[in-house]
Design a protein around this ligand. Structure first.
Ligand code: NAI
Length: 282
Protein backbone atom coordinates (compact mmCIF):
# COMPACT_ATOMS: atom_id res chain seq x y z
CA UNK A 1 0.00 0.00 0.00
CA UNK A 2 1.37 3.39 -0.97
CA UNK A 3 1.41 6.43 1.29
CA UNK A 4 3.33 8.62 -1.18
CA UNK A 5 6.07 8.92 1.43
CA UNK A 6 8.74 9.52 -1.20
CA UNK A 7 6.70 11.50 -3.71
CA UNK A 8 9.02 13.77 -5.71
CA UNK A 9 12.19 12.39 -4.14
CA UNK A 10 15.24 11.28 -6.12
CA UNK A 11 17.49 8.45 -5.01
CA UNK A 12 20.42 6.16 -5.70
CA UNK A 13 20.12 2.50 -4.69
CA UNK A 14 23.31 0.42 -4.42
CA UNK A 15 23.36 -3.37 -4.24
CA UNK A 16 20.39 -4.99 -6.03
CA UNK A 17 21.93 -8.23 -7.32
CA UNK A 18 18.83 -10.44 -7.65
CA UNK A 19 15.29 -10.53 -6.35
CA UNK A 20 16.42 -11.80 -2.93
CA UNK A 21 18.62 -8.72 -2.38
CA UNK A 22 17.48 -6.33 0.31
CA UNK A 23 18.18 -3.47 -2.14
CA UNK A 24 15.78 -5.06 -4.64
CA UNK A 25 12.92 -4.86 -2.10
CA UNK A 26 13.86 -1.29 -1.21
CA UNK A 27 13.73 -0.31 -4.90
CA UNK A 28 10.27 -1.87 -5.31
CA UNK A 29 8.95 -0.06 -2.20
CA UNK A 30 10.60 3.24 -3.16
CA UNK A 31 8.85 3.06 -6.53
CA UNK A 32 5.51 2.35 -4.82
CA UNK A 33 6.04 5.37 -2.57
CA UNK A 34 6.54 7.69 -5.54
CA UNK A 35 10.33 8.03 -5.76
CA UNK A 36 12.44 8.03 -8.89
CA UNK A 37 15.92 6.61 -8.63
CA UNK A 38 19.00 5.17 -10.29
CA UNK A 39 20.08 1.58 -9.63
CA UNK A 40 23.79 0.87 -9.38
CA UNK A 41 26.00 -2.14 -8.87
CA UNK A 42 29.49 -3.44 -9.70
CA UNK A 43 30.23 -4.40 -13.33
CA UNK A 44 30.24 -8.12 -12.43
CA UNK A 45 26.70 -7.83 -10.97
CA UNK A 46 25.52 -6.07 -14.12
CA UNK A 47 26.88 -8.97 -16.17
CA UNK A 48 24.63 -11.30 -14.10
CA UNK A 49 21.86 -9.22 -15.61
CA UNK A 50 18.94 -9.51 -13.13
CA UNK A 51 19.17 -5.81 -12.23
CA UNK A 52 17.86 -4.84 -15.68
CA UNK A 53 14.56 -6.61 -14.91
CA UNK A 54 14.25 -4.48 -11.79
CA UNK A 55 15.12 -1.38 -13.81
CA UNK A 56 12.34 -2.15 -16.26
CA UNK A 57 9.84 -2.82 -13.47
CA UNK A 58 10.68 0.43 -11.65
CA UNK A 59 11.32 2.65 -14.69
CA UNK A 60 14.92 3.22 -13.58
CA UNK A 61 18.26 3.57 -15.29
CA UNK A 62 21.20 1.37 -14.29
CA UNK A 63 24.67 2.90 -13.88
CA UNK A 64 27.69 0.66 -13.35
CA UNK A 65 29.94 1.62 -10.43
CA UNK A 66 32.48 -0.26 -8.37
CA UNK A 67 31.81 1.30 -4.98
CA UNK A 68 35.55 1.31 -4.14
CA UNK A 69 36.38 3.53 -7.17
CA UNK A 70 35.92 7.26 -6.58
CA UNK A 71 35.95 7.97 -10.34
CA UNK A 72 33.02 5.58 -10.76
CA UNK A 73 31.17 7.27 -7.90
CA UNK A 74 31.74 10.75 -9.35
CA UNK A 75 30.33 9.59 -12.66
CA UNK A 76 27.42 7.90 -10.86
CA UNK A 77 26.40 11.07 -8.99
CA UNK A 78 26.80 13.35 -12.01
CA UNK A 79 24.84 11.03 -14.30
CA UNK A 80 22.16 10.41 -11.66
CA UNK A 81 21.56 14.14 -11.16
CA UNK A 82 21.33 14.57 -14.93
CA UNK A 83 18.94 11.64 -15.44
CA UNK A 84 16.75 12.41 -12.44
CA UNK A 85 16.71 16.16 -13.04
CA UNK A 86 18.20 17.43 -9.80
CA UNK A 87 20.02 16.71 -6.56
CA UNK A 88 19.61 13.45 -4.66
CA UNK A 89 17.31 13.01 -1.63
CA UNK A 90 18.15 9.48 -0.53
CA UNK A 91 20.86 6.84 -0.89
CA UNK A 92 20.75 3.17 0.06
CA UNK A 93 24.20 1.58 0.62
CA UNK A 94 23.44 -2.15 0.52
CA UNK A 95 26.90 -3.48 -0.27
CA UNK A 96 29.04 -6.13 1.39
CA UNK A 97 31.68 -8.64 0.37
CA UNK A 98 34.56 -10.48 2.07
CA UNK A 99 37.08 -12.47 0.04
CA UNK A 100 38.13 -14.20 3.29
CA UNK A 101 34.55 -15.42 3.80
CA UNK A 102 34.24 -16.36 0.13
CA UNK A 103 37.42 -18.44 0.29
CA UNK A 104 36.37 -20.01 3.60
CA UNK A 105 39.50 -18.87 5.46
CA UNK A 106 39.28 -19.27 9.24
CA UNK A 107 39.34 -16.05 11.31
CA UNK A 108 42.72 -17.04 12.77
CA UNK A 109 44.16 -17.56 9.26
CA UNK A 110 43.04 -14.39 7.46
CA UNK A 111 44.70 -13.12 4.32
CA UNK A 112 45.42 -9.43 5.01
CA UNK A 113 45.12 -8.32 1.39
CA UNK A 114 41.68 -9.88 1.37
CA UNK A 115 40.89 -8.18 4.67
CA UNK A 116 41.75 -4.76 3.19
CA UNK A 117 39.40 -5.57 0.32
CA UNK A 118 36.64 -6.52 2.78
CA UNK A 119 37.01 -3.19 4.59
CA UNK A 120 37.20 -1.20 1.36
CA UNK A 121 34.12 -2.75 -0.26
CA UNK A 122 31.97 -3.14 2.84
CA UNK A 123 32.83 -0.08 4.97
CA UNK A 124 35.21 2.53 3.51
CA UNK A 125 32.96 2.60 0.45
CA UNK A 126 30.35 4.38 2.58
CA UNK A 127 32.89 7.13 3.27
CA UNK A 128 33.70 7.30 -0.44
CA UNK A 129 30.01 7.62 -1.33
CA UNK A 130 29.44 10.36 1.27
CA UNK A 131 32.62 12.28 0.48
CA UNK A 132 31.91 12.19 -3.25
CA UNK A 133 28.34 13.39 -2.69
CA UNK A 134 29.59 16.23 -0.48
CA UNK A 135 32.33 17.30 -2.93
CA UNK A 136 29.81 17.41 -5.77
CA UNK A 137 27.13 19.02 -3.57
CA UNK A 138 24.91 16.23 -4.85
CA UNK A 139 22.48 15.91 -1.92
CA UNK A 140 19.48 18.08 -1.12
CA UNK A 141 19.09 19.46 2.41
CA UNK A 142 17.35 16.94 4.70
CA UNK A 143 18.53 14.13 2.43
CA UNK A 144 18.91 10.69 3.99
CA UNK A 145 21.60 8.02 3.64
CA UNK A 146 21.04 4.49 4.99
CA UNK A 147 23.65 1.71 5.05
CA UNK A 148 22.89 -1.87 6.06
CA UNK A 149 24.70 -3.43 9.00
CA UNK A 150 24.64 -6.54 11.18
CA UNK A 151 24.85 -7.11 14.94
CA UNK A 152 28.25 -8.81 14.52
CA UNK A 153 29.53 -5.21 14.76
CA UNK A 154 28.82 -5.39 18.51
CA UNK A 155 28.84 -9.11 19.36
CA UNK A 156 30.95 -12.06 18.27
CA UNK A 157 29.45 -14.35 15.65
CA UNK A 158 32.18 -16.95 15.24
CA UNK A 159 31.97 -17.46 11.46
CA UNK A 160 31.20 -13.84 10.44
CA UNK A 161 34.96 -13.33 10.13
CA UNK A 162 36.35 -9.94 9.04
CA UNK A 163 32.87 -8.76 8.05
CA UNK A 164 32.43 -8.04 11.78
CA UNK A 165 35.22 -5.44 11.61
CA UNK A 166 33.74 -4.07 8.39
CA UNK A 167 30.33 -3.58 10.01
CA UNK A 168 31.86 -1.93 13.09
CA UNK A 169 33.71 0.49 10.79
CA UNK A 170 30.62 1.08 8.67
CA UNK A 171 28.60 2.10 11.73
CA UNK A 172 31.44 4.34 12.92
CA UNK A 173 31.65 6.08 9.52
CA UNK A 174 27.88 6.70 9.65
CA UNK A 175 28.30 8.42 13.02
CA UNK A 176 31.39 10.45 12.08
CA UNK A 177 30.25 11.55 8.62
CA UNK A 178 26.73 12.02 9.96
CA UNK A 179 28.04 14.78 12.20
CA UNK A 180 29.79 16.67 9.39
CA UNK A 181 27.06 16.18 6.79
CA UNK A 182 24.41 17.18 9.32
CA UNK A 183 26.25 20.38 10.25
CA UNK A 184 26.98 21.41 6.68
CA UNK A 185 23.93 20.26 4.71
CA UNK A 186 21.37 18.83 7.16
CA UNK A 187 21.89 15.43 5.52
CA UNK A 188 21.25 12.52 7.87
CA UNK A 189 23.25 9.28 7.91
CA UNK A 190 22.16 6.08 9.67
CA UNK A 191 22.82 2.35 9.64
CA UNK A 192 20.07 -0.27 9.88
CA UNK A 193 21.18 -3.46 11.62
CA UNK A 194 19.05 -6.13 9.97
CA UNK A 195 18.11 -9.69 11.00
CA UNK A 196 19.77 -12.57 9.15
CA UNK A 197 18.12 -12.58 5.71
CA UNK A 198 18.22 -15.22 2.99
CA UNK A 199 20.23 -13.50 0.23
CA UNK A 200 23.41 -14.21 -1.75
CA UNK A 201 25.61 -12.27 0.72
CA UNK A 202 23.81 -13.68 3.77
CA UNK A 203 24.06 -17.30 2.69
CA UNK A 204 27.74 -16.86 1.87
CA UNK A 205 28.52 -16.72 5.61
CA UNK A 206 29.39 -20.10 7.16
CA UNK A 207 26.66 -21.43 9.46
CA UNK A 208 24.08 -19.01 8.05
CA UNK A 209 21.19 -21.43 8.67
CA UNK A 210 22.10 -21.60 12.38
CA UNK A 211 22.33 -17.76 12.58
CA UNK A 212 18.95 -17.51 10.95
CA UNK A 213 17.17 -20.15 13.06
CA UNK A 214 18.75 -19.06 16.35
CA UNK A 215 17.78 -15.40 15.81
CA UNK A 216 14.30 -16.43 14.76
CA UNK A 217 13.82 -18.48 17.95
CA UNK A 218 15.34 -15.78 20.15
CA UNK A 219 13.39 -12.74 18.89
CA UNK A 220 9.90 -12.17 20.28
CA UNK A 221 8.76 -11.02 16.82
CA UNK A 222 10.92 -13.48 14.85
CA UNK A 223 13.37 -12.40 12.14
CA UNK A 224 12.61 -9.30 10.10
CA UNK A 225 12.23 -10.09 6.39
CA UNK A 226 13.85 -8.18 3.54
CA UNK A 227 10.44 -6.69 2.64
CA UNK A 228 10.06 -5.42 6.21
CA UNK A 229 13.59 -4.02 6.06
CA UNK A 230 12.57 -2.17 2.91
CA UNK A 231 9.56 -0.67 4.73
CA UNK A 232 11.85 0.57 7.49
CA UNK A 233 14.34 2.08 5.04
CA UNK A 234 11.47 3.92 3.32
CA UNK A 235 10.51 5.56 6.62
CA UNK A 236 14.12 6.66 7.06
CA UNK A 237 14.18 8.19 3.57
CA UNK A 238 10.90 9.97 4.23
CA UNK A 239 10.32 13.35 5.87
CA UNK A 240 8.78 11.60 8.91
CA UNK A 241 12.24 10.86 10.35
CA UNK A 242 14.02 14.15 9.67
CA UNK A 243 15.67 14.37 13.10
CA UNK A 244 17.09 10.83 13.12
CA UNK A 245 20.80 10.77 12.31
CA UNK A 246 24.11 9.15 13.38
CA UNK A 247 22.21 6.10 14.70
CA UNK A 248 22.62 2.38 14.38
CA UNK A 249 19.00 1.23 14.30
CA UNK A 250 18.26 -2.42 15.05
CA UNK A 251 15.64 -3.93 12.77
CA UNK A 252 15.60 -7.42 14.17
CA UNK A 253 12.30 -8.30 15.88
CA UNK A 254 13.84 -7.55 19.30
CA UNK A 255 16.82 -9.92 18.97
CA UNK A 256 19.49 -7.41 19.99
CA UNK A 257 17.95 -6.89 23.43
CA UNK A 258 17.35 -10.57 24.24
CA UNK A 259 19.32 -12.85 26.56
CA UNK A 260 17.39 -16.10 26.19
CA UNK A 261 13.85 -16.99 25.13
CA UNK A 262 11.35 -19.64 26.26
CA UNK A 263 11.60 -21.17 22.80
CA UNK A 264 15.34 -21.77 23.11
CA UNK A 265 15.04 -23.08 26.68
CA UNK A 266 12.35 -25.54 25.58
CA UNK A 267 13.73 -26.67 22.23
CA UNK A 268 17.46 -26.35 22.09
CA UNK A 269 19.26 -26.68 25.38
CA UNK A 270 20.08 -30.29 26.05
CA UNK A 271 23.56 -29.48 27.38
CA UNK A 272 24.23 -30.96 30.84
CA UNK A 273 26.66 -28.18 31.68
CA UNK A 274 29.71 -30.31 30.84
CA UNK A 275 30.29 -29.18 27.24
CA UNK A 276 33.54 -27.32 28.06
CA UNK A 277 34.87 -30.35 29.91
CA UNK A 278 34.03 -32.53 26.90
CA UNK A 279 35.77 -30.10 24.51
CA UNK A 280 38.92 -30.12 26.67
CA UNK A 281 39.17 -33.90 26.57
CA UNK A 282 38.05 -34.50 22.94
P1 NAI B 1 23.31 -9.27 -1.80
O1 NAI B 1 24.38 -10.26 -2.11
O2 NAI B 1 22.06 -9.37 -2.57
O3 NAI B 1 23.88 -7.77 -1.89
C1 NAI B 1 25.23 -7.43 -1.73
C2 NAI B 1 25.56 -6.49 -2.87
O4 NAI B 1 26.87 -5.92 -2.78
C3 NAI B 1 25.49 -7.19 -4.25
O5 NAI B 1 24.53 -6.55 -5.07
C4 NAI B 1 26.88 -7.01 -4.79
O6 NAI B 1 26.93 -6.96 -6.21
C5 NAI B 1 27.28 -5.71 -4.13
N1 NAI B 1 28.72 -5.45 -4.22
C6 NAI B 1 29.73 -6.27 -3.84
N2 NAI B 1 30.93 -5.70 -4.16
C7 NAI B 1 30.64 -4.50 -4.75
C8 NAI B 1 31.44 -3.46 -5.29
N3 NAI B 1 32.79 -3.53 -5.30
N4 NAI B 1 30.82 -2.38 -5.81
C9 NAI B 1 29.47 -2.27 -5.82
N5 NAI B 1 28.66 -3.23 -5.30
C10 NAI B 1 29.24 -4.34 -4.78
O7 NAI B 1 23.00 -9.48 -0.23
P2 NAI B 1 22.18 -8.63 0.84
O8 NAI B 1 21.98 -9.53 1.98
O9 NAI B 1 21.03 -7.98 0.20
O10 NAI B 1 23.26 -7.55 1.31
C11 NAI B 1 23.02 -6.18 1.34
C12 NAI B 1 23.59 -5.57 2.61
O11 NAI B 1 22.86 -6.05 3.75
C13 NAI B 1 25.06 -5.92 2.88
O12 NAI B 1 25.72 -4.80 3.42
C14 NAI B 1 24.93 -7.01 3.93
O13 NAI B 1 26.11 -7.14 4.71
C15 NAI B 1 23.77 -6.45 4.74
N6 NAI B 1 23.12 -7.37 5.65
C16 NAI B 1 22.71 -8.59 5.20
C17 NAI B 1 22.15 -9.50 6.08
C18 NAI B 1 21.78 -10.88 5.61
O14 NAI B 1 21.63 -11.78 6.46
N7 NAI B 1 21.59 -11.09 4.32
C19 NAI B 1 21.95 -9.18 7.50
C20 NAI B 1 22.37 -7.84 7.87
C21 NAI B 1 22.95 -6.99 6.96
Amino acid sequence: MSHNLLKGKRGIIFGALDENSIAWKVAERAKEEGAKFVLTNAPVALRKGDIFRLAEKTGSEVISADVTQVDDLENLFQESMRLLGGKIDFILHSVGMSPNVRKGLHYTELDYNYMMKTLDVSAISLHKVLQTALHLDAMNEWGSVVALSYIAAQRTFSSYSDMAQAKAMLESIARSFGYHYGKRKKVRVNTVSQSPTITTAGQGVGGFNAFYTYANCMSPLGNASSAQCADYCITLFSDLTKMVTMQNLFHDGGYSTMGISDKLIEDCFVCQGDCHEKTKHD
